[in-house]
Design a protein around this ligand. Sequence first.
Ligand SMILES: NC(=O)c1ccc[n+]([C@@H]2O[C@H](COP(=O)([O-])OP(=O)(O)OC[C@H]3O[C@@H](n4cnc5c(N)ncnc54)[C@H](O)[C@@H]3O)[C@@H](O)[C@H]2O)c1
Length: 261
Amino acid sequence: MLIGKTMVVTGAASGIGKRTAELAHSMGANVISVDRNTPDTPVGDFIAADLSTPQGVQELIDALPDGIDALANVAGLSGTTGVALTLAVNFLGLRALSLGLAPKMNQLGSVINVASIAGFGWRPNLARAKAAVGVLGFPDPAAFAADHGVTDEIAYPTSKEFLLLWTYQAAHHSLFKDKNIRVNAVSPGPVETPILKQFRSVLGDERVDSDIDRVGRAGTANDIAPTILFLASDGARWINGTNIACDGGLEASVMAEAMDF
Ligand SMILES: NC(=O)c1ccc[n+]([C@@H]2O[C@H](COP(=O)([O-])OP(=O)(O)OC[C@H]3O[C@@H](n4cnc5c(N)ncnc54)[C@H](O)[C@@H]3O)[C@@H](O)[C@H]2O)c1
C-alpha cells in the first residue's frame, strides 16, 4: 500500500523516525529523510534541516519536490533543552512544515503527527491549548511560551497537547481538506530510543517505570513505525482527524484511573 508513494519522514536520523524511514523504504515508498543530524545510513534521499526556526522550515519546504504523498512528522525534543526549543520543534515548526508543504502534496495525501501519551491532558487544559493553537504562523517561541504560561517543567506535555488539538483542527483545514489530505496523530507511550533517557530526567524514573509497568514493557521503534505507515497508506483512507494510541494499552490504563472505571 506504499509502493510508489513519496513519503517525507522527519526525525529520520534516530529512533522512531529512522525505523519509519527504513520500513517505508522496504515497503516500496520513495523516502525523503529529514533531520538536523545526518543519519549513519540515510534511507532514500536525505535533506538536512533545522525544524526549530521559520527559516529552517522554509528552506526545507523549498528543497522538497512537488508530489508528496505523505508527511510523517516524527522529529521531536524531550523538553531538556528548554521550553522555547521544545515548542518550536514539537509544535510550531511541525505545524509550519505541514501547512507549508500542503501545496506540494498530492490529492489523498496523509500527514501523520507523532504526539505522545504525555499529551493526554489536552482536554483539562483545553483553554490554554485553544488560545495557543489559535496563534497563527511561527511566532517567537520564547514569547509564545510566556504568553501561554508554558514553562520548562511542562514544556514537553504541553507541546504534545497543542499538537493533538491542532491535529483535530487540521483535519478540517481547507489546505488539507480541499485536497482530501488526511491529518492524524499517533501517540506512543515510553519507547526504547535515545530520547527515553531524557524523559527519565524530565519526568523522573518513577513516572516512566510506572508507565512501563502498566503495560509490561517499553515499546520499540518497531512497534510504532507500522502504525505511522498504516496511516500513510490507502488502507487508512477513511481515518482522518484522529489520534491512535500506540502504547500497549497505556492510555486505556491511564484513562481508567483518571475516570474511575
Ligand atoms: N521515545 C519515546 O519514549 C517517545 C514517547 C512518546 C512520543 N515520542 C515522540 O516520538 C518522536 C520521535 O522520538 P524518538 O523516540 O525517535 O527520539 P529520538 O531522539 O531518537 O529522535 C528524535 C529525532 O528528532 C530530530 N530532531 C530534533 N530536533 C530537530 C530539529 N530542530 N530539526 C530536525 N530534526 C530534529 C533528532 O535529531 C532525532 O533524530 C518525538 O516526537 C517524540 O516526542 C517518543
